[in-house]
Design a protein around this ligand. Structure first.
Ligand SMILES: C[S@@+](CC[C@H](N)C(=O)[O-])C[C@H]1O[C@@H](n2cnc3c(N)ncnc32)[C@H](O)[C@@H]1O
Length: 334
């Protein structure tokens, strides 16, 4: 158990991330800086392989506490890092502004997204991400953002809550849970703490395992809604691919099927060349894929890693590489 806790903050699939991404000196972007674990592994690998010169790591996070934590962890690499508070959705413009400020290229060598919340966020009851300890029903990664989970849980109508739990939590009893929340609101007032919400769900669910799964699904759904997680992910994938230099790579670690489906679909779409309607002979595709899939199937953590870092259990890593001359629109019909 001591072992588990000690390694709780270890970055997931770190060796794989380094092996896929660190190939030359250049501009590295960690869009989900968190506690800085992956960034430190990348910077260390750059330094140890003699590629620190000419390298810069742009670390982005929307959470002030994460930036604070990461800046401590990355102190030894300070001259090689620029840490930015922001949403990775705006990665393209963040890269451009850092590149102007530092007089470096605005196309980057590698991008990492390690999605979701960090163990620091989960372990802080005052952030309201966890049903395990009581705290305000907040769930905002960016504490300056306007929508919190309290507003969603108390402000959404029953059918909106049901839809949310179904879409973002894939919760089979979404309607029952939404109904119980609205009944509670009417009879007992606002739901402002994680424990209040957890108690409503526990009262509807039987069997220890079931209760935990239901709580996880409902809390996941709220977190996705509060932070607009799926929309920002889509935007970041398109922006990220655009921002890569030729043969630059992007790696994404996702933790649930909704995220992984988006990553898989957008990567497949950008990798595909469009040969137009069947039966029309073309010398060149109408549109050429702009990336290749470095990992055809998602990579998962080894049992050994999962044993020491349980967070790795649901991790899926997909990696792509930007190719030369992608996105041509070439309509040479024979
Ligand atoms: C799983 S943690 C990353 C952990 C990190 N790789 C490490 O090794 O410590 C995810 C981090 O991404 C941040 N994050 C999630 N979505 C974000 C977004 N749209 N924009 C910026 N940061 C985001 C969270 O605040 C959190 O700190």
């Amino acid at each position: 158990m001591g072992m588990l806790r000690q390694n709780y903050h270890e970055p997931v699939l770190a060796a794989e991330i380094v092996a896929f991404l660190v190939r030359r000196a250049g501009i590295y972007v960690d869009g989900t800086l968190g506690g800085g674990g992956h960034s430190r592994a990348i910077l260390q690998a750059l330094r140890e392989s003699g590629q620190a010169e000419g390298s810069l790591l742009i670390g982005i996070d929307q959470d002030d506490a994460a930036l604070q934590e990461a800046s401590e962890k990355l102190k030894a690499y300070e001259p090689m890092t620029v840490l930015v508070k922001g949403n990775f959705q705006a990665m393209g413009s963040i890269i451009k502004s850092v590149s102007a400020q530092k007089a470096v290229p605005d196309k980057v060598t590698a991008i990492l997204l390690d999605l979701g919340v960090s163990s620091f966020q989960i372990d802080s009851p005052e952030r309201g991400f966890s049903y395990r300890r009581n705290g305000p029903l907040d769930m905002r990664m960016d504490s300056g953002a306007s929508l919190s989970a309290t507003e969603v849980v108390n402000g959404y109508e029953e059918h909106e809550l049901a839809k949310l739990f179904f879409r973002y939590g894939e919760e089979p009893r979404s309607r029952t849970i939404a109904k119980a929340i609205v009944t509670y609101r009417q009879k007992q007032g606002a739901i402002t703490e994680t424990e209040q919400l957890a108690a409503i769900i526990r009262a509807l669910t039987y069997g220890g395992d079931n209760v935990i799964k239901t709580l996880s699904r409902v809390f996941q759904a709220l977190r996705i809604e509060v932070n607009g997680e799926l929309d920002v992910l889509r935007q970041a994938l398109y922006d990220g691919i655009d921002s890569l230099e030729e043969s630059g790579r992007m790696a994404v670690i996702s933790y649930h099927s909704l995220e992984d489906r988006i990553v898989k679909t957008i990567f497949a779409e950008k990798a595909r060349s469009d040969w137009g309607p069947k039966g029309v002979a073309l010398r060149e595709p109408l549109e050429r894929g702009s990336i290749t899939l470095v990992t055809r199937k998602p990579l998962v953590a080894s049992q050994q890693e999962i044993d020491i870092n349980p967070r790795a259990r649901s991790a899926k890593l997909r990696v792509i590489e930007k190719i030369a001359g992608g996105e041509l629109s070439c309509k040479q019909v024979r």
